[in-house]
Design a binder for this molecule. Sequence first.
Ligand code: SF4
Length: 364
Amino acid sequence: MSWPSSTDLLAPLAPWFDRVRRDLPWRVADLDGPHPDPYAVLVSELMLQQTQVATVVPYFTRWMERFPTALSLAEAREDTVHKAWEGLGYYRRARFLKAAAGSVAAEGWPGDLEGLTGLPGLGPYTAAAVGSIAFQWPTPALDGNAFRVLARLLLIEGDPKDQAAELRTWLAPALQRHGPSRMTQALMELGATACLPSPACGRCPLADRCGAHLAGRTGDIPPVAKRTKQTAVALWLVAIEAEGHLLLHAPAAKGLLAGLWRWPTVDATEPPLQPITHSPWPITAWPGWTQVYTHRREAVSPLHLRLEARFPLSAGLRWVPRGHLSDLPLGRRDQRLRDLLDTPGQVPLEAPDPAALIQILSEK
Ligand code: SF4
């Protein structure tokens, strides 16, 4: 590895960032001292994992009004926390944030990177970002954006993540010289606004020294990661209503969807379909959509079935009063059906057999 000194190579980044930095609610004017509210940095970093800045800003503002301190978050009910997170996706982050806040409220902030990495939900990247932005520790935070910038700048062949340890060692002196908080945020900003997958090198402060730009290789450095293989499924997403109640799955305690209420789903390729003229109960439908997750694509067909009476349920299902629906945390897909319930639907041409549905959902 014969990379030039990071303090010299990255020097233009600091004044550039001071000039172009976006005004974000978790950013403070003074980037040379410790952040006055490390909890705000923790919240912003957890929210920014997997989510765009523009989406995070209103959530962050509401969150800080609702849970202004680590203690207030630690003491909040889990349902309330999930509800405040509703729409941001990747709900594990909300649970991690609450757990991390509990640890900070009980024991105070850790004094080093190892301690931060031990907080729930803080991987090496987030811990390093919080360390540098909140506490001015020279702990380089490498996420996908930073790896892309550095791979191009240093003309790294292959996957730059394979050289994560070397890159951290290389970056640390630049953080020490130009300010950990400033340099960490400058790298993030460059990756988010100029060094995009299709880079805008014309507005990059490092263009005169960037290996990939000078070599005309920004298209193949870093190599494009292979796409995750997705499973395709088709399902009916069903709101069953009876006696002023709606049928939902209660939240699971663990797993990806822990903490979230869910509508029942039925495999759209399995249950018997029936022409709707034969349904004994009113059914309405809305146009479907494709819900995309990292590993899964769902062709979703939303339905609303109204029954005269509630029926006994199998484990994990609950009849929820319709008036309580807006208080429950739902994932993005299920929020869409909740919103549709207030808009006119149409009679579908065909639907799963309601009797078969009830059979599936009722007590064995
Ligand atoms: S010159 Fe272009 S490729 Fe190089 S760091 Fe800047 S934006 Fe990225």
